[in-house]
Ligand binder design. Structure first.
Ligand code: PLP
Length: 415
């Protein structure tokens, strides 16, 4: 059963200083989840999580994660800079970019980040720009269709990421000739998997690949990055992943494939985003209108500019009404934002306890790929982000945008 991280009484206090809509994050939940993840992979002595910054790019969040032992996974100049300004540099950064613009590899190298190459052509691009660093990683795409249990699958063959196996073999040989000394393999094949089988399966694929790389090129990798993709149950009746079963599944594959091949010292890395933050962030919004035409609509003060996933992917986000958590859900409505776009709906034909104007709603699992996908269409401003500390005090960790922020890049000078 999904519940808001704050009570209605706490909410009524918070809105005195912080008007809705806002995103709020649960520090205690974030820390406990990090500790469980670390424990689940504790059998691997080099294990490290590099949080995918794009999921929740806020220095307070990065600092909490860093205190729990996580580094960052960055894919752009701004994400590298955010990591640096949050006190995370050097080998605590994975730079997993693709279609990389000029200058970004140089900056990643300057920070001492581990560079992950998405394509074989990037070897020359990197070498010309700043030279191949001693530590380097290559991203693998096995092609075909990748199936995990309970029907979850994706089509690596249609994905723009990574290198083919033949390219990967050639890449390691060339990188070695260009001075690289330490190597890693990375792959990200399926997103938001709600099954304990994805990482164990992926790790088997990558462990077998590492053995083949060693045989064919003489390169013994020192780390394998399982990247992101471990998901969260957005639907209330879905069962959450069991991170201990996942860690154990990876350990089994490691014992079976890596240890006999003399690769028992290889470190496991992860680059989780959603799993680290999604359940620990909620979007709080207020009902401002209701409308009855051919259907019933409930209008709230948040819109897709604050949380794009429902509009973009038709993603389900659970919603409850503050103070009516246990009331029967007997009112069917669409929950809409104010964009002039008919896809600006947080829910379609959703059964809720009938919301009234002035009620507050909690939109769940908005902690990753939520605020960060925000945009300014229709002149909508991005909201504040708040942190619910372990002592239950609330700290604003990003102020809401103002209209002056929106105009900051415009020039009215010569009108
Ligand atoms: C987005 C991304 C992640 C995180 O993905 P989640 O689904 O949030 O776990 C990790 N690595 C790379 C390279 C990514 O692009």
């Amino acid at each position: 059963m999904k519940r808001p991280m704050i009570s209605k009484e706490e909410l009524l206090q918070i809105v005195k200083d912080h008007p809705t809509p806002f995103h709020i994050y649960d520090e205690k939940g974030i820390r406990e989840n990090c500790r469980a993840l670390k424990k689940a992979f504790g059998w691997n002595k080099g294990y490290k999580e590099f949080f995918a910054v794009k999921a929740t790019p806020n220095p307070y969040i990065l600092k909490i994660l860093h205190e729990e032992g996580c580094g960052t996974d960055c894919a752009s100049f701004a994400e590298l800079e955010l990591s640096k300004r949050s006190g995370i540099t050097g080998r605590e950064i994975m730079f997993s970019s693709n279609d990389t613009p000029e200058g970004e590899f140089s900056y990643a190298k300057e920070l001492g980040a581990i560079i992950n190459l998405d394509d074989i052509s990037l070897i020359d691009f990197l070498d010309k720009e700043c030279g191949v660093p001693e530590v380097i990683c290559c991203r693998y795409n096995p092609g075909g269709v990748y199936k995990v249990s309970n029907g979850i699958m994706d089509n690596p063959e249609d994905a723009k990421y990574g290198m083919t196996k033949a390219q990967l073999m050639e890449a390691f040989t060339r990188l070695k000739a260009l001075g690289a000394k330490e190597f890693g393999i990375h792959s990200f094949l399926v997103s938001n998997t709600v099954t304990n089988d994805y990482y164990p399966m992926l790790s088997r694929t990558l462990f077998e690949l590492a053995v083949e790389v060693k045989e064919k090129t003489g390169v013994a990798v020192s780390f394998i990055n399982l990247s992101g993709g471990v998901g969260v149950p957005y639907l209330p009746d879905q069962t959450a992943n069991d991170i201990f079963a996942i860690g154990e599944g990876v350990r089994k594959a490691f014992e079976e494939i890596m240890v006999p091949a003399g690769l028992g010292d290889v470190a496991i890395y992860t680059e989780l985003g959603r799993y680290m933050l999604a359940p620990y962030g909620q979007l709080i919004t207020k009902v401002i209108h209701e409308k009855h035409i051919y259907k019933d609509y409930v209008g709230v003060d948040a819109c897709a500019a604050n949380l794009m996933r429902p509009a973009m992917y038709r993603a389900y986000h659970h919603i409850t009404v503050f103070g009516k958590e246990d009331a029967p859900c007997d009112y069917k409505c669409d929950v809409t934002g104010s964009l002039c776009e008919n896809n600006d709906k947080f829910a379609i034909d959703r059964l809720l306890p009938r919301p009234e104007i002035g009620d507050y709603m909690c939109i769940y699992d908005a902690g990753a790929h939520g605020f960060s996908m925000g945009y300014n269409y229709n002149g909508k401003l991005r909201s504040a982000e708040l942190l619910l500390r372990e002592d239950r005090s609330v700290k604003q960790i990003r102020r809401a945008e103002t209209v002056e922020d929106y105009f900051a890049t415009l020039d009215f000078g010569e009108l």
